[in-house]
Design a protein around this ligand. Structure first.
Ligand code: NCD
Length: 318
């Protein structure tokens, strides 16, 4: 994967994803040893859309590997306001940086950037399409909780139409296989057909669609909650009507399995009551930490910078 852009995780073979999961574990327990892995490297973060954790996570990851960061947060601070195209901006920035992480409100923007750039581009979210590094954080959290990312019943709840993290996660879990998806949403926010087709095309995966979270929560190993994506709605009234459809609280948690893991890409609005944070099944803050570790693994791998002392074990490649 050295030198490759990551527009979706489909660009990365499953054994390589396993190596990334393994590297993140190694990085976590060898923070000092890896602190100079990317010395002399520059990461550029081009964020045309609001972000707190994703941008800071990409940047912290590079800083913790010994590299440096440049970039902008908000299109209003870039030459996009003067009419510059993504192609030109990325072409220019790729003369400065060794690696680019880009977030953009338009689906397909990351692909355009990857074609334009002279250095690898990592998609940090393109509209309602994909968010591959969030999926790496999600996989790492599921792996840590269950020791595997297959043979699970995974419920995804909330805005399944516009939630790019949902689309990315389903796509990748389908490749690992043996997943029963429970897709919980109101009628207006159902999973797009291209994502359902993906599940249908995976022989060991299946899905059911549901509306009532309480009715299905007891079946789930993983519950992936999502925010209703206000910025992707055409109509404010629809947003206001739908935003509080699902609120996970301690009463609903009592219906869930004792080992169910609750994930959320964050930011949350109302969809998880704060009281759930103290439940050991709440995994969303752990997910944030694992996201940074996975970005460290990804950035160093794409740059081809070896982690000192790391060797891929046979079990990981098996
Ligand atoms: C997600 C995103 O930007 O898609 N946030 C994130 O990157 N962790 C989810 C969201 O904004 O709801």
């Amino acid at each position: 994967m050295v030198g490759s852009s990551v527009v979706t995780l489909d660009n990365i073979p499953i054994p390589e994803i396993r190596v990334l999961l393994d590297k993140a574990q190694y990085i976590d327990s060898h923070r000092k040893e890896v602190a100079n892995t990317c010395t002399g490297r520059v990461l550029a973060t081009l964020f045309y859309e609001p972000s707190t954790r994703t941008r800071l996570s990409f940047e912290t990851a590079m800083l913790r590997l010994g590299g440096k960061v440049i970039g902008f947060a908000g299109a209003q601070l870039s030459s996009a306001t003067k009419g510059e195209t993504i192609h030109d901006t990325v072409k220019v920035v790729s003369q400065y940086a060794d690696l680019i992480a880009m977030r953009h409100p338009k689906e397909g923007a990351a692909l355009v950037a990857a074609h334009s750039s002279d250095v690898p581009v990592i998609n940090a979210g393109d509209g309602g399409h994909m968010h591959p590094t969030q999926t790496l954080a999600d996989l790492s959290t599921i792996q840590a909780r269950f020791g595997r990312v297959t043979d699970l019943t995974v419920g995804l709840c909330g805005d399944l139409t516009f939630g790019r993290t949902v689309h990315s996660l389903i796509e990748t879990l389908c490749r690992f296989g043996n997943i029963r998806f429970v897709l919980i949403s109101p009628d207006e926010l159902k999973t797009p057909q291209y994502v359902l087709d993906r599940i249908d095309a995976s022989p060991t995966c299946s899905y059911v669609e549901a509306k009532d979270l309480s009715a299905v929560i007891g079946d789930l190993d993983v519950l992936y909650m999502t925010r209703v994506q206000q910025e992707r709605f055409f109509n404010e009234d629809d947003y206001l009507r739908l935003r509080d459809t699902y609120i996970l609280d301690t009463a609903k948690m009592r219906l869930a399995k004792p080992k169910m893991a609750v994930l959320h890409p964050l930011p949350r609005v109302n969809e998880i009551a704060k009281e759930v944070d103290d439940d050991p099944r709440a995994a969303y803050f752990e997910q944030v930490r694992r996201g940074m570790l996975m970005r460290m693994a990804l950035e160093s791998s794409v740059l081809g910078d070896e982690l000192p002392g790391y060797e891929t074990s046979k079990e990981v490649l098996a």
